[in-house]
Design a protein. Sequence first.
Length: 93
Amino acid sequence: MATLRLFDGYEEHQLATPEAQEFVIGRLLEEGDSSDLAWLSTEVGRPALCHWVEQRGSRQLSRRSHRFWQRVFGISGSEPESSRLAREALWPH
């Protein structure tokens, strides 16, 4: 797992369990780079990531990251046109 660099003190087999998925998602959304996020999207899928941001994002992400991911996934209420365009550029359908 290329993302292992973000999980100092953990072994890959510890992070590959279903119980660790919530933790892995949070860490990658908070600190991951584009390749980490591409891997996460492939492994978990957009619907699960949207659900995670809605349900756990406010507790496990910084306020800034939580708001960013809400905009990326189009979760929060109305958004300005510029935000919608930025979201679509970052995470195309």
